[in-house]
Design a binder for this molecule. Sequence first.
Ligand SMILES: *[C@@H]1O[C@H](CO)[C@@H](O)[C@H](O)[C@H]1NC(C)=O
Ligand SMILES: *[C@@H]1O[C@H](CO)[C@@H](O)[C@H](O)[C@H]1NC(C)=O
Ligand SMILES: *[C@@H]1O[C@H](CO)[C@@H](O)[C@H](O)[C@H]1NC(C)=O
Ligand SMILES: *[C@@H]1O[C@H](CO)[C@@H](O)[C@H](O)[C@H]1NC(C)=O
Ligand SMILES: *[C@@H]1O[C@H](CO)[C@@H](O)[C@H](O)[C@H]1NC(C)=O
Ligand SMILES: *[C@@H]1O[C@H](CO)[C@@H](O)[C@H](O)[C@H]1NC(C)=O
Ligand SMILES: *[C@@H]1O[C@H](CO)[C@@H](O)[C@H](O)[C@H]1NC(C)=O
Length: 379
Amino acid sequence: MLVRLSFVFSLALCAAAATNSTAAISSKATTSTTASSTTAASSTAAATSTTTTATTATTKLPKRGLAFAADNGTDISQANHTAGVASWVYNWGLIPPSYLVDSGIEYIPMQWGAADIENLAVSVKGLGAQTILAFNEPDFDQQSNINATYAAELWMQYIEPLKASLGIRLGGPAVSSGATGRPWLTDFMAACSQCTIDFLPIHWYGDGTGGFYDYLYQIHGQFPNHTLWITEFAETSSNDSVVLDFMNQTITTLDGLDFVERYAWFGYFRPKDGSHYNLLDVNGNLNAAGQVYVDGAKKVVNALPNPTGSGTPLNGAPVTNTAGGYTTITPPADTGLTPAFAQPTGNSGRRTGGSVLGNLGGLSAMLVAMGFGASLVGL
Ligand SMILES: *[C@@H]1O[C@H](CO)[C@@H](O)[C@H](O)[C@H]1NC(C)=O
Ligand SMILES: *[C@@H]1O[C@H](CO)[C@@H](O)[C@H](O)[C@H]1NC(C)=O
Ligand SMILES: *[C@@H]1O[C@H](CO)[C@@H](O)[C@H](O)[C@H]1NC(C)=O
Ligand SMILES: *[C@@H]1O[C@H](CO)[C@@H](O)[C@H](O)[C@H]1NC(C)=O
Ligand SMILES: *[C@@H]1O[C@H](CO)[C@@H](O)[C@H](O)[C@H]1NC(C)=O
Ligand SMILES: *[C@@H]1O[C@H](CO)[C@@H](O)[C@H](O)[C@H]1NC(C)=O
Ligand SMILES: *[C@@H]1O[C@H](CO)[C@@H](O)[C@H](O)[C@H]1NC(C)=O
């Protein structure tokens, strides 16, 4: 929901000529055979005394993807290394910039709105794409803003034919989780009864796993014949440890749900507008959440020096390193995974705003400001 039209188009426009990305996709081994003895994190002096267990032979997670909203293409380098577990990437655009093509991670193109849809077939053919996404939050007037009837017409004219001619898997429109989302989708499905929708992407923003699971199961209950992709989701709390815990629980759940085909956390970008769900720090390195999501870290060690060495959580408070030692943040055991089938709660469908000042006060920003990275301990 957050990517502005101009941003999407600027990425698309600066892209190099259409490239057949199939080669790049297939060149990416699903399993790394090289054991690594180095931390995936951007270690600094603070992290040097932290034990790092090597990630041996990282297995890519087939569902896990990157919603690449970064302004700086070099940021993708943090995803493509031995420890990386993400297996696909999208950027709300149709033509991948060269840095995404070269990343070796499968790129999924998107027909974001109605504009230029006449060129869709030529573009996806040039890309050698096997899967596409369609219409980003068409129910939302600040996003692609297409009514359901018109979207169905566009689908039948420009999207549906790609299946027969090119064998492409078609992702349906991705509605917002706001009040307009499900009514729009219901109307679209009725208007598009002849459409072949291979999977249904959805979005969710809110606070707490309960609302997320409720929404997921409501959509699944309404459209049981469609597998789902969650192409944007995030915990909107401004408490980094709440965000991390939500992520920890939900990605584990999504990996195990057979009606969920793929998912992409929102998102792969540096801190912006007070966000706390970004996966990168201000320098484009993986932050604590990024290490869990992108590198599959099991446990995140806060590399800030602990003044007492007692293991007391630091909660982001500035400290002086008087005694050395590190605080380990261990997310609590998974709870609340049973869907309640209730109305979503805490789910406005809109990202909550945040001030720059609020963000600067956050733990991840502070880690950077103090020159400390975080490192990983494998379990
Ligand atoms: C990183 O990308 C390169 C292509 O530039 C690819 O050859 C390599 O396999 C990728 N590495 C990983 C771990 O994905
Ligand atoms: C893309 O490249 C792959 C691998 O070289 C090839 O099999 C496929 O036919 C190509 N697709 C297109 C549309 O050129
Ligand atoms: C839907 O959008 C199309 C294209 O903009 C427009 O022609 C049509 O009047 C709209 N229909 C409704 C019901 O708003
Ligand atoms: C799901 O598919 C089955 C079998 O084709 C069909 O009977 C059923 O009506 C479908 N359900 C919905 C909600 O479309
Ligand atoms: C953040 O959330 C954690 C876990 O719920 C809690 O222990 C901590 O007090 C919260 N921090 C702040 C600053 O609210
Ligand atoms: C992209 O990020 C890298 C690493 O932080 C930096 O060196 C480079 O200047 C940035 N490029 C742009 C265009 O901002
Ligand atoms: C979530 O936290 C638990 C408890 O620390 C840990 O065992 C598990 O590996 C974590 N899951 C992820 C995906 O990081």
